[in-house]
Write a protein that binds this ligand. Structure first.
Ligand SMILES: Cc1cc2nc3c(=O)[nH]c(=O)nc-3n(C[C@H](O)[C@H](O)[C@H](O)COP(=O)(O)OP(=O)(O)OC[C@H]3O[C@@H](n4cnc5c(N)ncnc54)[C@H](O)[C@@H]3O)c2cc1C
Length: 454
């Protein structure tokens, strides 16, 4: 289809693009997975009515529509293929309201996550979801993937922060789902259904999200270990001691080395693995001491910091883990989650898989959630080249191991295009069919981000 076929749509829009370079880059997101073919047009929506008009046009002409926020998805979920309309929502980026007494914010989907958090803090509140990509991802994208993050150990994932959504459905109509009140259980929980649906059920155009009071205190524990497994055991010991840090991250030696090389730090010198735990609230320092005591028998070194600068330096180092590994070459980013009690076991298994298939695998984890990121380095493989068989086999072995241990294929990144071959295996035939039925009900012509999530 040529661009002129879109005149009926483009004549109603403020901004759109068919620049070949931009269309080519929309074939991919941060996963590096490239969709087949080239999308037709990028709609840069500036209003809800433009979103509605775009979806209605796509429905009428049976054209695929791929919604994008920051395009930081790590699964191909935001990648657009042949003839698709790319619906870019990054210009819908207003924080419409912060209701301090209600502790909620009303936002457009293109608001950058860190900007919402910053604005909330001016009123003594904060936005809890904080994926490593906070500075470049959008709230709409976080809702699309049900993003987790570093504070998830205590504050949960994006779904826990979503109260009410305005959603443009597959026919272009607009509905409001959920409740803007702190509680509300009338009807099925459709707001939760849209969270994590990867743009396959509707387009979120407004969200009412929960904010929380900024905790009075913050303390950071950092500890070194002789192995990543020992760090994983320590994470489990923290839970066993009845403690719930805000953040509980572990990073293996090769990842620490990559961070040091990329950013000039000296984390690797302290040990084979690093654990970072943060506690918050009035009892933050007390709880940090309890965390340190719980892990001391397993650690080679434990330090507690109550100054915010040390804490934010360590958190920043953790946020740099993925970009640091990506500097070494193309990567396959995995995202399994297992019951917290199986954390050391899955990490041991991943290390075995690395050896068995002859592929370097870096490991860091949101240990408080049992959410492990094995990052497979594809040495010498350029963007767009097929993933080598041994790397694919290693990824398959990681998925199988996660399911075997009672876990899941994805703790927070989603299924996207990359893990679709496995979703049926996790869900089972009946539940998989049930989910396909929901998709069919909400998107009868299959125009919303086809080929993703299910
Ligand atoms: C360096 C780095 C670190 C990361 N760290 C984390 C992490 O710690 N935790 C984590 O969970 N993820 C992480 N991610 C993955 C990614 O940032 C998140 O999935 C994020 O939520 C995506 O937001 P986005 O705005 O970029 O969405 P996009 O990539 O643009 O879209 C993601 C999905 O949501 C859909 N979508 C986007 N906007 C809407 C909307 N308004 N309505 C309906 N559907 C929509 C898209 O169609 C797509 O399926 C990381 C990524 C990078 C690059």
């Amino acid at each position: 289809m040529s661009v002129t076929d879109f005149t009926a749509l483009t004549s109603t829009l403020t901004s759109w693009s068919d620049s070949p370079a931009r269309l080519a880059s929309a074939r991919s997101d941060r996963s590096g997975w490239v969709a087949e073919g080239t999308p037709a047009i990028i709609v840069e929506a500036t209003s809800v009515s433009e979103v509605q008009a775009t979806v209605a046009f796509a429905a009428k002409h049976r054209i695929a529509i791929v919604t994008r926020g920051g395009a930081t998805a790590l699964t191909g979920a935001a990648s657009a293929g042949e003839r698709a309309i790319v619906l870019d929502l990054s210009r819908l980026d207003r924080i419409l309201e912060i209701r301090v007494d209600d502790q909620v914010a009303v936002v457009e989907p293109g608001v950058i996550t860190a900007d919402l958090d910053r604005a909330a803090r001016e009123s003594g509140l904060f936005f809890a979801p904080d994926p490593g990509s906070v500075a470049i991802s959008t709230v709409g994208g976080n809702i699309g993937t049900n993003a987790g993050g570093l504070r998830g150990a205590k504050y949960g994932v994006t779904r826990d922060a979503v109260l009410e959504l305005d959603v443009v459905l597959a026919d272009g109509s607009l509905v409001t789902v959920g409740h803007s009140t702190a509680k509300g259980v009338s009807g099925y929980d459709l707001a939760s259904l849209f969270v994590g649906s990867e743009g396959t059920l509707g387009v979120v155009v407004r969200a009412v999200v929960r904010l929380l009071p900024v905790p009075a205190g913050l303390a950071t524990v950092s500890a070194s270990f002789p192995s990543i497994e020992a760090a994983a055991e320590a994470a489990t010991a923290i839970g066993r001691a009845g403690l719930r840090p805000t953040m509980l991250e572990i990073i293996d030696g090769p990842t620490l080395k990559a961070i040091d090389e990329a950013f000039g730090s000296s984390l690797r010198g302290h040990g084979e693995a690093l654990l970072i735990a943060q506690t918050d609230g009035l009892g933050a320092a007390l709880e940090a001491t309890a965390v340190a005591n719980a892990i001391a028998p397993l650690a080679t070194n434990v330090e507690i910091a109550t100054d915010p600068a040390t804490g934010s330096d360590l958190v920043e180092a953790r946020r740099r883990a993925l970009p640091a590994i990506e500097r070494l070459g193309r990567v396959l980013i995995e995202d399994i989650a297992v019951p917290r009690s199986r954390l050391a076991e899955i990490i041991r298994t991943v290390q075995g898989i690395s050896g068995d298939f002859g592929v370097p695998i870096f490991v860091f984890a949101h240990a408080g959630d049992g959410n492990v990121h094995p990052i497979i380095l594809l040495e010498g493989v350029e963007a767009g080249e097929p993933i080598p068989a041994n790397a694919r086999a290693a990824a398959d072995a990681i998925f199988a191991a996660a399911l075997e241990l009672g876990g899941t294929l994805t703790g927070e990144h989603g299924i996207g295009a990359l893990k679709r071959d496995w979703i049926g295996r996790e869900l089972g035939e009946k539940v998989h069919d049930l989910q396909k039925g929901i998709k069919l009900l909400l998107d009868p012509h299959g125009i919303l981000n086809p080929g993703k999530a299910l």
